[in-house]
Write a protein that binds this ligand. Structure first.
Ligand code: C2E
Ligand code: MG
Ligand code: MG
Ligand code: MG
Length: 278
């Protein structure tokens, strides 16, 4: 009986894998087409200053506006794009669109910092910094208005090389945030050495902060860590007033989440920006 089950299992897994592989291949082809057809769009989510309630930054979040499947969220295609070697090209479009939007908003009098997510593979590409420098020049965007969000994954592997690149970005005037802080391969060593300006407290710690004592303790500790290292903190995933109030009491510098605003297309966000900027 065991043998039969084992055999069934093998068949089950191999059938699944075959399906997965052709799915991957299809997705890869489709993503290449999406690049050609310019189907990637950005939504923007405000980050507000907790003390004043004013918006000071927006985070750009990519979506794939797929004619067949609608708006596809990043977690459904970024991993495939990474594995298929397409993340560099997609990431370049993301930066181009984010910086172009920054230019447009600045021209309209919305002066905001623009935060852009960078995948570890994209960051590892030696052309990355040069591309960014050219783009900023082209868009007439002062580097101090750009923040890149990296995850701890960027530091895995060649931490030495990552350190050199981060310092180069910092020397250009670009700021660096650690996204999803506390969920990766955290080491306090890198906080000491890297030119980081912001810690983004992961939503998983914010989620039950009113009822989960451990989450509360972790958030307080990250806030203190940031403050003592002269970094600011952004609490991610704020969904309710009570969370907002508590995070403000704790002293988090900035907040981001559905309670403040969902990520939205630029034009849709403008009325809220207008309201939150004055
Ligand atoms: P992230 O950078 O940590 O972004 C925060 C995610 O949480 C976003 O999901 C956002 O829509 C969502 N979020 C914001 N507020 C709330 C809230 O109050 N409650 C809940 N439940 N969720 C909230 P999204 O847009 O699906 O992005 C998921 C992840 O995909 C991002 O996590 C980031 O790691 C990655 N990503 C997004 N855009 C890009 C990009 O342009 N390039 C790369 N490499 N990765 C990206
Ligand atoms: Mg992010
Ligand atoms: Mg995050
Ligand atoms: Mg994330």
């Amino acid at each position: 009986k065991a043998k039969r089950e084992g055999k069934n299992n093998i068949q089950f897994y191999s059938a699944d894998l075959a399906e997965e592989m052709s799915g991957f291949y299809r997705m890869e082809q489709r993503l290449k087409l999406a690049l050609e057809r310019d189907e990637f769009v950005l939504h923007f989510q405000p980050q507000i200053d907790m003390a004043s309630g004013r918006v000071s930054a927006v985070e750009a979040l990519v979506r794939w506006n797929c004619p067949e499947n609608g708006m596809v969220p990043p977690l459904q295609f970024i991993p495939v794009a990474e594995e298929a070697g397409l993340i560099g090209a997609i990431g370049e479009q993301v930066f181009r669109k984010a910086c172009a939007q920054w230019r447009a908003w600045s021209d309209q009098g919305f002066l905001l910092k623009m935060a852009v997510n960078v995948s570890p593979l994209q960051f590892r590409d030696d052309a990355f910094i040069g591309q960014l420098a050219r783009l900023l020049g082209e868009m007439r965007m002062p580097p101090s208005y750009l923040e890149i969000e990296i995850t701890e994954g960027v530091l895995m592997g060649s931490a030495e090389k990552a350190l050199g690149k981060l310092k180069a970005l910092r020397d250009m005037g670009i700021s660096i945030a650690i996204d999803d802080f506390g969920t990766g391969y955290s080491s306090l060593q890198y906080l000491k050495e890297l030119p980081i300006s912001c810690l983004k407290i992961d939503a998983s710690f914010v989620r039950e902060i009113q009822t989960n004592g451990k989450n509360l303790a972790i958030v307080k500790t990250i806030e203190a860590l940031g403050r003592n290292l002269q970094m600011y903190t952004v609490a991610e995933g704020i969904e309710e007033q009570a969370q907002y109030d508590l995070l403000k009491d704790i002293g988090c510098t900035m907040g981001q989440g559905y309670f403040i605003s969902h990520p939205m297309a630029a034009e849709k966000l403008e009325p809220l920006l207008r309201k939150l900027m004055t």
